[in-house]
Design a protein around this ligand. Structure first.
Ligand code: FMN
Length: 498
């Protein structure tokens, strides 16, 4: 196999991310999620393992679908309490040089203008090591807490996200030209106003006439991550994503999802491999197969059935407390994660309908992803086989215990993969995008976001008037002349500023 296998560490700023109950496991350090040092340790471990990124999930609501209340979620620490993910990138970047940070943020509730500034800030402070996992949400509790009766319908959430991204692309790609900041001490001009464009966005959901507040960062638009695999989700991913995370509870489901995504990328005018696809998985390994099996049994004994049912009720949008354990989900519909619901209404590995018991058993460790248990050599065989069979690029690694699961992968599996020539030996220096695409720091021309570059093909941004109308050439030129801006202009060095 020539393709190099890639890893991300899948994390969240809380105590029980994908493996509820495991926070009780002796030595587990999930409780340190409130400590800066914990996040710096995770970043260092991921960098030691040459991972692409630490990918940090987030939700803005509680999992209150199970039993119709948030009581069980709170009791279990099931993604609540949960702290903000963005600051973690700065903490991790301060102690590492290469590893990226994928930050999850939803499009439903925060206005794109302040959010775009936060993205630019992160990209500056990490020197271009940030990705943004664009999510449209699935928890109705989030919508209710933010002043809405319910979340939008599933596909309408993606339509809304389309415009949200349009605003973000316009701000990040189309407002400041690369050479807008001149920092000319002689003339006292810090930035050339003619090279800073009002985006003039007037859409269905947002009106943003003005400029982006930050100057261009190394990547401008952070690497776009996405994780929705419904038909509408795949279309959204194909138009925007550069890294795509899939659930895939069986090899067959993963293979089919990857096939749909690669085809959709081509339909969107991009190459089939223009986005890296990572399969959610948890690796339980030890020096020997017996050791790994014993570790898995031990870990499973700490998994919480109630916590798992809480998570799946939220992801599927179906209250599992209303089911018998041996009942299949049946032909139900929901407004939550459509690809997960479709997967569990199909067949399990035995070719039978998934029952609630099967779902809870699969999900006790690592959520909707599979657990791979074995010696480093066995794990390497499994991963290589999955990459060859399903056409994925790598794995989004959830943890059973933290940082133990990640350390086992880094210390045992990575060397085995390197020995087989299927894992990088060192980082290529540069931004996260340049490492993933091998093709520069900025969005490629074929990407949707490139359309919104100043002067880019089809760009509507050529405006310094703030009206959304193209500015005539003369006033633009006039704005460059310092004499036209007497109040803001600080004149030459040594002169007093008024
Ligand atoms: C690996 C993975 C990670 C995800 N992380 C988040 C997350 O952190 N926050 C969130 O709101 N949704 C998350 N999702 C949900 C997706 O972003 C998306 O909303 C969901 O898959 C619905 O998409 P679909 O209905 O198009 O399949 C994740 C999904 C997957 C598979």
């Amino acid at each position: 196999m020539s393709r190099q296998i890639r890893f991300n560490a899948f994390e969240m700023n809380c105590v029980a991310h994908q493996s509820p109950g495991l926070w009780r496991y002796p030595g587990d350090q999930a409780w340190r999620y409130k400590d800066l040092e914990y996040w710096q340790d995770i970043a260092r471990i991921a960098e030691r393992g040459l991972f692409d990124s630490v990918f940090i999930a987030d939700v803005l609501g509680t999992y209150d679908v199970f039993g119709g209340s948030d009581v069980a979620a709170i009791r279990q620490g099931a993604q609540v309490p949960v702290n903000d993910p963005l600051q973690l990138a700065v903490a991790g970047a301060a102690v590492t040089e290469h590893v990226g940070f994928g930050i999850t943020a939803g499009t439903a509730f925060e206005h794109p203008v302040p959010f775009a500034r936060r993205l630019s800030t992160l990209d500056h402070l990490t020197r271009g090591r940030v990705g943004w996992n664009v999510v449209t949400g699935y928890l109705p509790s989030a919508a209710r807490n933010l002043g809405q009766a319910d979340q939008l319908a599933h596909d309408a959430r993606y339509d809304h996200a389309d415009e949200y991204l349009e605003v973000v692309y316009k701000l990040l790609e189309g407002s400041w030209e690369d050479d807008a900041v001149v920092r000319d001490a002689e003339t006292g001009v810090f930035a050339d106003p003619a090279k800073v464009h009002h985006i003039g966005h007037h859409g269905k959901h947002f009106d943003v006439p003005g400029i982006h507040l930050s100057e261009p960062s190394p990547q401008r638009t952070p690497v776009i991550f996405q994780a929705g695999a419904s038909p509408r989700g795949v279309r959204f991913a194909a138009e925007n994503a550069e890294a795509i995370f899939i659930g895939g509870p069986t090899k067959q489901i993963a293979k089919e999802t990857v096939r749909r995504i690669r085809r959709a990328l081509v339909d969107a005018g991009r190459g089939p491999y223009d986005a890296k696809i990572y399969l959610l998985s948890t690796i339980i390994t030890d020096e020997t197969a017996q050791g790994a099996a014993a570790k898995h049994r031990d870990l499973l004994s700490y998994a919480s059935v109630e916590g798992t049912a809480v998570f799946f009720s939220g992801w599927l949008g179906i209250d599992l407390s209303a089911y018998d354990l041996d009942e299949p989900l049946g032909n139900v519909k929901s407004n939550a994660i459509q690809s997960a619901l479709a997967a569990f209404q199909g067949e399990n590995e035995r070719g039978e309908a998934w029952t609630v018991r099967d779902i809870v058993k699969l999900g006790g460790i690592g959520g909707q992803g599979q657990n791979f248990v074995g010696s480093p050599a066995q794990i390497a065989d499994t991963l290589i086989d999955l990459v060859e069979e399903t056409d994925i690029d790598g794995f989004n690694l959830a943890y059973a215990t933290t940082p133990g699961t990640f350390e086992d992968v880094v210390d045992l599996v990575v060397p085995e993969l390197q020995a087989r020539g299927v894992y990088q030996e060192e980082y290529t220096p540069g931004t996260l995008r340049s490492r993933l695409s091998g093709n520069g720091d900025r969005l490629p021309e074929t990407h949707r976001g490139a359309r919104y570059r100043v002067g880019g093909p089809g760009s509507t941004i050529d405006d310094v008037t703030g009206t959304g109308m193209p500015a005539p050439a003369a006033p633009r030129a006039a704005q460059t002349a310092p004499s036209q801006a007497p109040l803001a202009h600080t004149a030459s060095a040594g002169q007093e500023t008024p």
